[in-house]
Design a protein around this ligand. Structure first.
Ligand SMILES: Nc1nc2c(ncn2[C@@H]2O[C@H](COP(=O)(O)OP(=O)(O)OP(=O)(O)O)[C@@H](O)[C@H]2O)c(=O)[nH]1
Ligand SMILES: [Mg+2]
Length: 409
């Protein structure tokens, strides 16, 4: 038995509503007035009727029979088909995925799928951005390569180098590796590393002497680097007898700078103004295993100063290792000019300074690969003697793609 409540402005209306809904056999359980009639509102009566369970089922059935009248029969049929098809699909999907995969795996797979989708989207975004801003002739970069391509490009690497490396990577990389941007990055990094020439710091054989001269443009850090090397060779990494010669005697400040370092490290130092002095200084320091020579900074376009340095090199019958010092923050175009104008000094290596002052290292990569001048040391900051390290291809490649971060390296 179920109870239903109906209301109306008089009991007859409320009862009529009850019979309309529950049928003529509905039993009236109670009738009461809820609100009296006022000047502005009608009275309100409530009729409660009871319907037997059987009658209730019939009533529901009756209602159900009436429903189709609201919708076209064809539409209902269509909805049913859809519903059936959907139920079957959902059922089948559950049957396919659930029994064969434990719950955790299901989510792991979903995560993997999402990650791969994200990677693809990132790559697509990069390639779209790239295509807008760059017209690469004859080089189609697959989306998976876009990330690495853009990082290398932002690093200041010569476009022609980058395009060549890309082309050759696309040709030679095993195809099973080409789907994962992480694998591509690793492959690319190894390739770049293999292209970078590094001169490894070697022991000075017993009885041998070495002379190292630092040359380069003004203010790149020659004197500071020389002081760091002096410390490194005399008491940090090695225990050689180290002597210093400076050819930069024009400027009082520069002279004082190096004399201060030499005094602090208790190393002998000679200042020379001409080639005769130079030979004498070399003789004075002939007991040293290593002689480090500082030179005056010269603009790459100042031929006179550069020739003066050459005269010093020629004045000695001993072999002098000439190291070009350049700053990592100099753009490739200027680095090329510097190299071109210093190369007549017969350069042996390149020392790169000021890693801490730039974000892009592709310029250094391009310079060293196109000149075949090997890298020997990296200067990572102003601190003497700490901020120096022997050059490393791995380190440079890491800086090319992720920048130099003093804290993390
Ligand atoms: N941030 C940073 N500064 C450096 C680095 N190496 C040198 N410097 C700074 O660069 C400035 C010039 O350094 P110097 O060693 O005097 O340079 P230089 O090449 O000898 O200069 P000149 O003799 O005038 O041609 C100084 O303030 C140094 O502290 C480096 O690796 N990072
Ligand atoms: Mg100097």
């Amino acid at each position: 038995m179920k109870l239903y409540t109906f209301s109306g402005e008089n009991p007859a209306i409320a009862l009529q509503k009850a019979q309309n809904t529950c049928g003529k056999d509905a039993l009236v359980v109670s009738t009461k007035q809820l609100k009296k009639k006022t000047l502005t509102t009608e009275a309100l009566y409530e009729v409660v009727v009871a319907v037997e369970a059987k009658k209730e089922r019939e009533k529901v059935a009756l209602k159900k029979e009436k429903k189709p009248a609201l919708l076209d029969e064809d539409v209902i049929l269509d909805i049913s088909h859809h519903a059936k098809a959907l139920s079957t699909k959902v059922h089948e999907e559950q049957n396919l995925s659930l029994p064969s995969q434990p719950e955790d795996n299901k989510y792991e797979k979903l995560e993997d799928d999402l990650r791969s989708l994200n990677n693809k989207l990132d790559n697509l975004q990069e390639i779209l951005w790239e295509e807008k801003s760059d017209k690469r002739a004859n080089l189609v970069i697959p989306p998976e390569f876009a990330g690495i391509y853009n990082s290398a490009k932002k690093s200041g690497m010569a476009q022609s180098h980058l395009d060549d490396i890309m082309k050759s990577t696309l040709e030679h990389m095993p195809s099973y590796m080409k789907n994962s941007p992480q694998t591509i990055e690793r492959y690319f990094q190894v390739l770049l590393k293999k292209m970078i020439g590094v001169r490894i710091e070697r022991e000075i054989p017993k009885g041998n002497k070495k002379i190292m001269m630092l040359v380069g443009p003004t203010g790149v850090g020659k004197t500071t680097t020389l002081a760091k090397l002096a410390a490194r060779f005399s008491f940090i990494e090695h225990h050689y007898k180290v002597g210093i010669i400076t050819l930069d005697t024009y400027r009082i400040g520069a002279l004082e700078q190096l004399f201060q370092y030499a005094k602090m490290m208790k190393l002998p130092i000679e200042d020379v103004v001409d080639t005769l002095d130079f030979q004498k200084a070399l003789d004075t320091l002939s007991y040293c295993d290593l002689i480090l020579i500082d030179t005056v900074g010269s603009s790459q376009f100042d031929k006179e100063k550069l020739q003066k340095i050459q005269q010093f090199i020629h004045a000695s019958d001993r072999s002098i290792d000439v190291n070009l010092v350049v700053s990592a923050s100099t753009k490739l175009e200027d680095l090329r000019d510097i190299y071109t104008n210093f190369s007549f000094l017969k350069l042996d290596t390149m020392i790169v300074t000021k890693f801490d002052e730039t974000k892009g290292f592709g310029n250094i990569f391009s310079l060293t690969t196109e000149t075949s001048l090997p890298l020997s040391y990296f200067s990572l900051g102003q601190e003497v003697p700490d901020d120096i390290m022997p050059a490393s291809g791995d380190f440079l490649v890491d800086c090319i793609f992720h920048g130099y971060n003093k804290e993390s390296k």
